[in-house]
Design a binder for this molecule. Structure first.
Ligand SMILES: *Cc1c(COP(=O)(O)O)cnc(C)c1O
Length: 273
């Protein structure tokens, strides 16, 4: 069962529709954020809602609903669903663009049963397809995924496209990217990417455990000497990478990936709200 909250009511997703006048449909104006539950409790809810607010603000949209009310709706939706839940909260441009802002945005929330990546992916790793561009407006979690879809079509095995402007690896379609080089964990600086919640947690856990984290874009040319690579996101957690384009990663789900997965599992509780 998939549920949607829109216009003050919960309905089956099949019964929900957005007016065709909305700029989300007409011009791709919209932002969103994805949140998941563990033991029926939302993970890092306030961090996600804050990021949603910031994504919206940077394109000229004030949240049409308070963060406190959003959190209440999310809790109600979780209660209405069976089992663990993944939610996407969307804020749209609405029907009007005036004076550089979108004064009448809409919002809706989709609730689905949690769908994790297949277990094999955590063992065998996933494939990323590099594309020679930066994700547009990297600080914004926007609904615009066209470059990612077009990129991924070129490699049938690819799970996501990997944004690599001028050979510098920033992030993938919907995940943060990490590569282990000379024993150091290398990941793009916050200025260049979406500040993923899992990314923040992984960096913090790694540093607390005494692992070196280098905040610079890993280079595509460094892939052949990378020991490990992985992507992170709230639903996928820490997912090993086995291949980037035609280049294989030497160790899939190696010791650092496994250590971080272990550290993360121990600290999930801290972020449940
Ligand atoms: C959603 C997303 C992530 C992951 O963010 P989390 O907060 O960790 O779920 C990373 N990069 C991009 C481009 C994304 O869209």
């Amino acid at each position: 069962m998939k549920l949607c909250f829109y216009n003050d009511e919960f309905k089956s997703i099949k019964e929900m529709s957005l007016p065709v006048s909305d700029l989300m449909i007409q011009r791709g104006v919209g932002v969103f954020d994805t949140i998941r539950t563990y033991r029926k409790r939302p993970h890092a809810l306030s961090i996600h809602l804050k990021r949603l607010e910031e994504s919206a603000k940077s394109i000229g949209i004030e949240l049409p609903v308070g963060k406190k009310r959003l959190a209440e709706i999310i809790r109600e939706g979780i209660d209405r669903m069976e089992g663990e839940v993944q939610m996407r909260v969307y804020v749209t441009g609405g029907d009007v663009f005036a004076g550089g802002i979108f004064p009448h945005p809409r919002y809706f929330i989709i609730f689905e049963p949690l769908e994790k990546a297949p277990k094999e992916d955590y063992v065998n790793g996933v494939v990323l397809h590099p594309i020679d561009m930066e994700r547009p407006f990297p600080h914004i979690k926007s609904i615009f995924y066209l470059p990612a879809y077009i990129g991924r079509r070129q490699d049938k095995e690819a799970m996501e496209a990997l944004y690599c402007p001028a050979g510098e690896i920033t992030e993938s379609s919907s995940s943060s990217f990490f590569m282990v080089i000379d024993g150091k964990i290398v990941t793009a600086p916050t200025e260049r990417v979406l500040d993923g919640v899992m990314r923040q947690i992984v960096i913090k856990l790694a540093r607390e455990a005494g692992l070196a984290v280098e905040m610079r874009c890993p280079l595509l040319s460094e892939v052949p000497r990378a020991q490990e690579a992985f992507i992170t996101g709230s639903i996928k957690e820490i997912l090993p990478v086995r291949r980037i384009g035609s280049q294989r990663i030497s160790q899939v789900n190696g010791p650092i990936s496994q250590y971080l997965q272990h550290l993360y599992a121990q600290r999930i509780e801290d972020y449940l709200e």
